[in-house]
Design a protein around this ligand. Structure first.
Ligand code: NAD
Ligand code: WQD
Length: 338
């Protein structure tokens, strides 16, 4: 499939995936409401790729806009990144998250069905495994009770897509459960640019290093892990982007397919801070703080299925993830904001 519509394509993971899609000769149309990204990302993609994706500013809840975009682009498949992803905010504003993520996906699927496009890759999350699952997480595990509306929205959407494929065998869906994507394109031109104070570890570390934030609070060092800090499965965003290119091939088979996109190994918070300082030579001021509500001690993927069925694995080493993060952050201390 060569004509791809990408929702949320000017966001962190979407922009990196669009670069990979263009590199493989795909024609790309982005639909994004710019609620958590910037138009300048399109210029950066063009600078990297030597070509620009088509861009339609709009909301995935606008069915008429989606139908026009699908028809005009002649899309053969949709990669669906558009969504809100802040766990804490989802607890405060559940309706905003269910409307944006769940209703938005329903409208997208209805528009796709009307136009006759029934190939979809969906951005799911390791958070759907819930808080009781044993590591390493495997795709055939029964999903646990999500601990927040954000995670619940992802699990609901997975169920919707599974039911859709069961009802109509023309549909082919790949739900990709991302673990912890970090890093930036090696050009340093695109990267993670959270608005306000970052929720996630890596952008927080890099903003402390570049002087945008004073100090990293390490949320707890009394977990049942080797050094007491939490362990996560961090993968390079470029590897994650490559996983989407390879998942397009899975769409040749009808039905609902689920894949973990992780490395299969974990690093602790302290190991991440140490690696960043070692690789970049930049000190990261940090202190031990109380645990963060809802954090799990250890999370990492069983990554065998994607390797076996997609021929995909995330092999970029931790040091390169740190190197690429710093090249982006040091070149763009305030992210895309000029
Ligand atoms: P991001 O916020 O950088 O990108 C999301 C993009 O979607 C943004 O450009 C935003 O403007 C757009 N968007 C949001 N709601 C929209 C709407 N209603 N209509 C049109 N555009 C809309 O986030 P990201 O880190 O690139 O994540 C992409 C997807 O992957 C999200 O669905 C997220 O839940 C999921 N995910 C992310 C992570 C992670 O750690 N970053 C992990 C697992 C899953
Ligand atoms: C990683 C580790 C923190 C910040 C989240 C979402 C998940 C997915 C990925 C969307 C944890 C510690 C963090 C800080 C810290 N997003 N930490 N100080 O929590 O594994 O997953 O992002 O799908 O849904 O839950 O990632 O980067 O927030 O935290 O000590 O300032 O770093 O306690 O152990 P997490 P994270």
């Amino acid at each position: 499939m060569k004509r791809i519509l990408v929702t949320g394509g000017s966001g962190y993971i979407g922009s990196h995936t669009v670069v990979e899609l263009l590199k493989t000769g795909c024609e790309v149309t982005i639909v994004d409401n710019l609620s958590n990204s910037h138009r300048v990302v399109l210029e950066r993609i063009a600078a990297i790729s030597g070509q620009s994706p088509d861009f339609i500013e709009g909301d995935i809840r606008d069915r008429a806009l989606l139908e026009r975009a699908l028809k005009h682009s002649k899309a053969e498949a949709v990669i669906h990144f558009a969504g809100l992803k802040a766990v804490g905010e989802s607890i405060e504003l559940p309706l905003k998250y269910y409307d944006n993520n769940v209703n938005g996906t329903l409208v997208l699927c209805e528009a796709m069905q009307t136009v006759g496009v029934k190939n979809l890759i969906f951005s799911s999350s390791a958070t759907v495994y819930g808080s009781e699952a044993e590591v390493p997480y495997r795709e055939d595990m029964t999903l646990g009770r999500a601990t927040n509306p954000y995670g619940a929205s992802k699990a609901m959407i997975e169920r919707i897509l599974d039911d859709l494929c069961a009802a109509d065998s023309d549909w082919s869906v790949a739900a990709l459960r991302y673990f912890n994507p970090i890093g930036a394109h090696e050009s340093g031109l695109i990267g993670e640019d959270p608005q306000g104070i970052p929720n996630n570890l890596m952008p927080f570390i890099s903003k402390v290093a570049v002087g945008q934030l004073p100090e990293l609070a390490i949320f707890g060092d009394d977990y049942d892990t080797p050094d007491g800090t939490c362990i996560r499965d961090y993968l390079h965003v470029a590897d994650l982007a490559d996983g989407h290119v390879k998942a397009l091939k899975a769409l040749s088979k009808p039905g609902y397919h689920v894949f973990n996109l992780g490395t299969g190994r974990g690093y602790s918070v302290k190991e991440m801070v140490e690696a960043f300082q070692r690789v970049t030579g930049q000190p990261v001021a940090h202190r031990i703080a109380p645990r963060r509500e809802g954090d799990l001690a250890a999370v990492w993927a069983d990554a065998d299925k994607a390797k076996r069925e997609l021929g995909w694995s995330a092999d970029t080493p931790l040091d390169k993830m740190m190197e690429d993060t710093w090249r982006w952050q040091s070149g763009n201390p305030r992210g895309y904001a000029q």
